[in-house]
Ligand binder design. Structure first.
Ligand SMILES: *[C@@H]1O[C@H](CO)[C@@H](O)[C@H](O)[C@H]1NC(C)=O
Ligand SMILES: *[C@@H]1O[C@H](CO)[C@@H](O)[C@H](O)[C@H]1NC(C)=O
Ligand SMILES: *[C@@H]1O[C@H](CO)[C@@H](O)[C@H](O)[C@H]1NC(C)=O
Length: 495
């Protein structure tokens, strides 16, 4: 569940080395914050998987599901995981909960994802987790380096291929586990939430239902939301602390003022303890924006907007601190007290997602002019296109997602055409602006929570979870129960 803003967001800065674009593109989708102090020890987890009864498999997947040219027959190893600990078995047609991986490795997703594990005992369900092609260890061309090299290989990375992969694996699992009539519920978050909803629409014969958490499927060119991502980031900061919001709003001009001095960039580099000297203020601005966006998106203790603002508002405790020292205190609060800042590595996952954003996942996220604590810089399709062309030699297809998956007139169309989908969104999540926030029919249901952040309902349960979150999850389980029981009745009648 990686649509976190790259901590969400970091990615584009380096990849789009043309800076003009960076500022407008930060937001990335993900279920959990990638940086923001979460550390992830893959090796350790691997042992834990076995302890938890999770078995890892590799499926011989077809490279290209949609053409019959010689190259399309190439196979690759796609990683997936199965946990049958609570499964009642195919004889009673016990359900399958299938997590559809998004733009990150299976390991990191397994480490935060709770919905399957927490609810499998209730459903007596088989748990399945599938890694998305081109992420984690699922590299169709061998090494990550080969696989992510250029458009020739990356061209096989798109949502339609990924959904077809999921269909093939789920059918394979049904066969292997003698579970022909076990209903499948697909679950995903963020980009993966869109995949879950789209899978339900495109493969209704395989998925009985979908839980699409924080899926901004209405954040595309043809279905642009009225307010953008950074409008919500601003709103969350403002509502948390007007003072903090004001300081952040003023800080950009202060950065520009200092940068204009002789040696200005080097003063700023020192002030923010950057690992690499600044070449342009946009690098610092993007870095800070990413922190604010990521904190709002995953607004969770202890990395919450409240704690970030607390740091900005109250520190440093010594006297003579100026505005940027206070802003830097926020950086320390979110990134920890480390020797230098801003050295976030561009991960392979981030590289692959950048390709997806440059091809079909074009979410026009920019800094709007109204009601913002950021310096305005609206999304600019032509400069975005230019960057993608120079990086990959291909032009984005911003209309393809809506043409292929169809979310214009979502209410009108899904009402009759869709069924058994839960769209869950927390209104504090900046991506919620692109979500389905109202019920569409009796079975296409929106669960919208006022205080929720990104993908909060599908991450691991904790004792500190607020009451509304506990209730939200119970509601989701109840709805899925009702789909399954209707299905089981239909199955009895038809057999
Ligand atoms: C400045 O540019 C160099 C060379 O491209 C790069 O390695 C460095 O990370 C940049 N500085 C920052 C703060 O991004
Ligand atoms: C950060 O760490 C340094 C060195 O360990 C220490 O001197 C400093 O007081 C710490 N700052 C904060 C805010 O904890
Ligand atoms: C958008 O970007 C293009 C190309 O980089 C530039 O010429 C144009 O002025 C920009 N438009 C706006 C409204 O900033």
């Amino acid at each position: 569940m990686p649509l976190p803003v790259p901590s969400i967001i970091l990615l584009l800065l380096v990849i789009f080395s043309t800076i003009s674009c960076t500022h407008s593109k930060e937001a990335r989708l993900s279920v959990f914050p990638k940086k923001l102090r979460y550390t992830f020890d893959g090796e350790k987890l691997h042992y834990k998987f076995a302890d938890l009864g999770i078995e890892i498999f590799f499926f011989e997947q077809t490279l290209d599901h949609f053409t019959y040219t010689p190259g399309s027959y190439k196979k690759f190893r796609q990683r997936y995981a199965v946990n049958s600990k609570y499964w009642e078995g195919g004889k009673t047609n016990a359900p399958i909960l299938a997590y559809l991986g998004a733009e990150s490795s299976l390991d990191s997703e397994l480490s935060v994802l709770g919905f399957l594990k927490d609810n499998a005992p209730h459903f007596k369900a088989l748990m399945v987790y599938i890694e998305h092609r081109f992420y984690g260890e699922t590299m169709p061309f061998g090494s990550a380096e080969e696989t992510l090299k250029n458009a020739k290989t990356l061209g096989y990375l798109n949502a339609a291929q990924a959904l077809a992969d999921y269909a093939a694996i789920l059918l394979h699992i049904k066969e292997t586990y003698s579970a022909k009539h076990s209903p499948v519920i697909v679950i995903g978050g963020s980009y993966g939430g869109m995949l879950a909803a789209w899978f339900k629409l495109k493969y209704p014969h395989i998925a009985l239902g979908a839980l699409a958490s924080s899926a901004p499927l209405l954040y595309f060119e043809d279905t642009l939301p009225k307010h953008g991502y950074f409008y919500i980031v601003t709103k969350v900061f403002k509502e948390t602390s007007q003072k903090c919001h004001n300081k952040i709003r003023k800080s950009w001009d202060e950065i520009d003022r200092i940068a204009a001095k002789p040696n200005g960039l080097s003063i700023l580099s020192k002030k923010f303890k950057l690992c690499n000297p600044l070449n342009d203020t946009i690098e610092l601005k993007s870095y800070l924006s990413n922190i604010y966006a990521g904190t709002a998106q995953y607004n969770n203790n202890p990395y919450s907007v409240a704690s970030l603002c607390e740091a900005i508002n109250t520190s440093p405790p010594n006297t003579k601190s100026d505005l940027l020292d206070q802003i830097f205190a926020g950086v320390v609060a979110s990134g920890g007290n480390i020797s230098c800042y801003g050295m976030d590595q561009i991960t392979n996952d981030a590289r692959a997602w950048t390709w997806q954003s440059c091809s079909e996942m074009v979410m026009p996220i920019g800094y709007e002019k109204e009601d913002t604590m950021f310096q305005p810089k609206p999304f600019n399709m032509s400069s975005f296109t230019k960057n993608c062309e120079s990086q990959y030699g291909v032009s984005p297809r911003p209309h393809w997602v809506t043409a292929y998956f169809g979310s214009q007139d979502v209410k009108l169309i899904f009402r009759r055409f869709g069924n058994n989908i839960i769209f869950s969104n927390g209104l504090l999540d900046p991506y919620s602006v692109g979500g389905v926030l109202e019920d569409i029919s009796d079975t296409v249901i929106a669960i919208t929570t006022r205080d929720g952040s990104h993908c909060q309902d599908i991450v691991l349960k904790s004792k500190e979870d607020p009451e509304w979150l506990v209730e939200q999850r119970e509601k989701e389980v109840k709805i899925i129960d009702s789909w399954i029981s209707t299905y089981q009745k239909d199955l009895n009648i038809s057999s």
